[in-house]
Design a protein around this ligand. Structure first.
Ligand SMILES: NC(=O)c1ccc[n+]([C@@H]2O[C@H](COP(=O)([O-])OP(=O)(O)OC[C@H]3O[C@@H](n4cnc5c(N)ncnc54)[C@H](O)[C@@H]3O)[C@@H](O)[C@H]2O)c1
Length: 280
């Protein structure tokens, strides 16, 4: 657990954090943690998300600038890279915390996906990581030794029925992280994904059955579900120089969920439910 004051792990580092929508967002919590650790960064989100104005509060709190960018739009990413170049010269850390599926939002079942929407899911949630790295590299704003973290979910490996085409999007995101990681490693640049447990945010709660997924994971994971703030602390370590040799990994931050089969707690819940059914 952090000591509240920080350890100065990101002193002298400059970054960009994508995806803070409101104070529950994982990116929002990461921004606060990076600020606590002495990092200097810009905040970015889609122009439509900036209209809510909440990001300005976070920017003020952390002394950050806010730059609008729809990550599906090549020109906007190029412009963003130019602005970062002007403001910071080079970037040492990037958080990609972006995800959205129109199919999930509009309750379209996996076997009857709208393919245009599926394309949007992949463009927003996965291909955007490739584009950001491509255009940032082209603009020469990735500093040697930089660290890139993209937020993922275990749906990339295992099927979570209500997670629909986001299961596919996370598998692609993790693959892009590995591929790019292998190509940037000669400059000491690291690319990893953090596979976070269900977390109560706008994107999370928008999934049908989210509460059940959250409870199930919490009862199965020996340590329980980590919060967004705990995820933020983990991301800070990955941005820091303490993890210089970690790259091309999908790192589970899930309280042990991914390697658990069944737990006493979950068994008890199932037993209670069975007894309740028999009494009925
Ligand atoms: N909440 C969870 O349970 C959970 C678990 C594991 C992983 N994740 C991942 O964490 C990341 C952050 O999600 P969150 O839970 O904090 O929810 P969130 O809704 O707060 O964040 C998602 C962000 O994506 C942004 N976004 C969507 N379309 C965009 C576009 N075209 N251009 C730029 N930004 C765009 C949204 O504006 C929003 O800020 C996502 O990748 C999500 O899949 C979430």
């Amino acid at each position: 657990m952090s000591n509240g004051k920080g350890y100065g792990l990101l002193e002298g580092k400059k970054g960009i954090i994508f995806g803070a929508l409101n104070e529950k967002s994982i990116a929002w919590r990461v921004a606060l943690a990076c600020n606590r650790e002495g990092g200097d960064f810009a905040l970015s989100n889609a122009p439509v998300a900036l209209r809510f104005g909440e990001l300005d509060d976070l920017a003020e709190q952390t002394g950050s600038s806010v730059i609008g960018c729809d990550v599906t739009n090549d020109d906007e990413i190029e412009e963003l890279a130019d602005q970062l170049d002007e403001e910071y010269g080079g970037i040492d850390f990037i958080l990609h915390a972006i995800g959205m599926s129109p199919n999930i939002r509009k309750d379209q079942s996996y076997t009857d996906l709208n393919y245009e929407w599926m394309q949007q899911t992949l463009e927003i949630s996965s291909i955007s990581l490739h584009k950001i790295l491509h255009f940032f590299d082209e603009a020469d704003i990735l500093n040697d030794g930089a660290s890139i973290v993209a937020m993922s979910y275990i749906g990339g490996q295992r099927i979570f029925s209500e997670y629909s085409d986001m299961n596919d999007a996370k598998a692609l995101l993790e693959s892009i992280a590995r591929n790019y990681g292998s190509r940037l490693a000669d400059r000491g640049i690291r690319v990893n994904t953090v596979s976070q447990a269900p977390t109560k945010t706008s994107a999370g709660s928008g999934i049908e059955g989210f509460d059940g997924m959250f409870e199930f994971a919490d009862q199965l994971a020996p340590l329980g579900n980590p919060t967004a703030d705990e995820c933020a602390d983990y991301c800070v370590t990955l941005f820091s120089d303490l993890t210089r040799m970690v790259t091309m990994q999908n790192l589970y931050h899930d309280g042990g969920f991914s390697t658990s089969g069944i737990s006493e707690k979950l068994l008890q819940t199932l037993k209670d439910a069975q007894e309740y059914k028999e009494d009925d």
